[in-house]
Design a protein around this ligand. Sequence first.
Ligand code: 3HC
Length: 697
Amino acid sequence: MSEEIVRIEREGDIGVICLVKPPVNAIGVALRTAVHDALTALLNDSAIKGILLFGEGKFFSAGADIKDFARASEKPTLPDVLKKVNNSPKPVVAALHGIAFGGALELALAAHLRVGIDGLRVALPEVKLGLLPGAGGTQRLTRLTGIAAAIPIICNGREVSATEAMELGIVSRLEAGAARDAGLRAVRDVLNGTLKASATDDLVVMPEPEVINAAREKFKNGLNAPLRALDAIEASRLPIDEGLAKERALFMELMHDPQREGLVHAFFAERATSKIPEQGAVKRDVRHIGIVGGGTMGVGIATAFLLAGFSVTLIEMQADRVAAAQDAIEKNLAGALKRAKLNKESHAKALSALTCEAKLAELSKVDLVIEAIFEDMEAKTGLFKQLDEICKPKTVLATNTSYLDINQIAAATNRPKDVIGLHFFSPAHIMRLLEVVVADETAPEVVATCFELAKSMRKIPVRAGVCDGFIGNRILMQYRKVSEYLLLDGAEFDQIDNALQNFGFAMGPFAVGDLAGLDIARATRDRKAATRPPEERYCRVADLICDQGWFGRKTSQGYYRYEEGKPLGVNPGAQKIVDAERIAARIDTRNFSDSEIAERCLTAMMMEACKILEEGVALRPVDIDAVELFGYGFPRHRGGPMHMADQIGLKTVLSRIETYAKEDSFFWQVPKILREMIARKQSFSDLNEMTLKGCHT
Ligand code: 3HC
């Protein structure tokens, strides 16, 4: 074996098979083969009476190697290895510490006994990757726990704590201390007869048809994996070999499902965004955060930092609003305590780490300031001038602007190197996306510091360049525009919303507009009115609706009508406005199918995303996917617009744009990068590979 990924150790008559594949002991074909060989060696060694499975490092193992899925069928497969474990005439014990997920838990379930160490978390998270446990998990876990308890663990991928694992019989012993020692003790006890070890395969599963049927209804949500997982759970009533065969067939079926590809892409997208050119730069020490602005964003950002253990000084310059901001943050923290995001001790700590003030001078000691005031360039540049004077050297000066030119804001200071955009998404203490907007002069250490900060807040940071709307809002603008064009051309509000909801968004664009408040988008449109290109087709519907004082949910009327917050269908007044606009523009309306609606909206997103790449505003296609997935509700199983463009084929995307351009050649323009990639036979995934390599330190 050239690289040691499994080590055999001998402790008297016990053979230890130790997984040594950092960082997560992922089980790919090489590791499977090595475990198989190690097992063969120990079974052939007459001096060995019992075997211990153990994972070196911070945890046992994260399961099957997700990067190696294409080789899942290569021999020995994981089920082959597990069969050998299960059939071993010598007792096999698994010592589990930290994490045992997916195929790793399945490996342990195939052993004859499991010992857990305090703090252990076990899970079968395969459904989150569009799969089901494909190496006996659905058969053996169900044999141990029964069908009702197995369903949420398998079909939702719910994590199980150490104590619950003990209660459910997943582990037979729970100990403190070192896993290897605890495992060795257990093997000795099995060998001397004081501890019973046996395979789970002979256990009988009680039928629970009502539970299965109810779950089948619950999981009818467009995702394939949970439903197939239920089929596998149901098969646990069969003799073990039949159940295992059925499970494997369903697993291989899901392996070829586009939903699986989308979900795996999303898994890696979440991790890829932090690979940036600046990652090697020395980071600044940031402990104390200053926030300017006590509105919704400021309050959410303050809460996010407090939840992550930072000290926060929030400045609300209108003295009479300071108490309201403090109250709102305290309410958020109380909510976090209630939802067990904080324990009592950390809740008290967070409260004492918060100061709310009215005077900017209080920011002289902070390490990083985030400006979260209203979107007005003059107000922002004025504020940054003051911050430049007040803050100590090396303080990072960040703006939470959603659109404005950060170069212009930076130029208002004498330290543009320290200025950066940190674009949070509302509610800032819940949404995981953070656009880190790097201005022309931002220092690499400031970028690296902000990425580190994001990680400590469990956010997903995405590097963006300066432009109107950065990555996310820029794509959103085009998505909204095309929805409005569809509306003018004959599709209806609710049809468009339903089509996009069926595509997988939680809400359609008009329902989202009503929720966000139509006045917000109106203000942005008004700001840009002077620079709007005259050739652009402009839909006035939203403006005319706002003119009526209808701003969406908060006024009970917008695109839809609402009573006590509940939607009551399309607002007839809004519909009248649409009808009048269609007549005024002499539009020959036509019918659109739901799939054409989704296709046009998606193509508009892809088109803008290409331009964003072309201009270097996003580093890689995967960053754009991450923005859409983690900030804009793009359905995770579809992997993001760039991933979908690869799936559809770039030539198809191009031909769709060319077709739509026959109606509106200003809006629909083929991005240069798309033609170039097609000529080079490149995919977005190829671009990801190339650029990610360039970002490794
Ligand atoms: N396969 C391959 N790579 C994996 C992996 C896996 N199962 N799990 C994690 N990694 C990689 C990550 O991509 C990351 O790589 P990078 O440094 O190049 O970006 C690195 O390991 C570290 O991962 P994290 O940054 O996520 O580390 P954390 O410590 O924050 O989290 C974890 C660890 C909780 C294990 C988390 O990584 C995780 O949830 N992993 C996925 C677990 C999973 O879904 N397992 C099931 C696999 S499918 C299966 O087992 C099929 C079977 O039924 C046949």
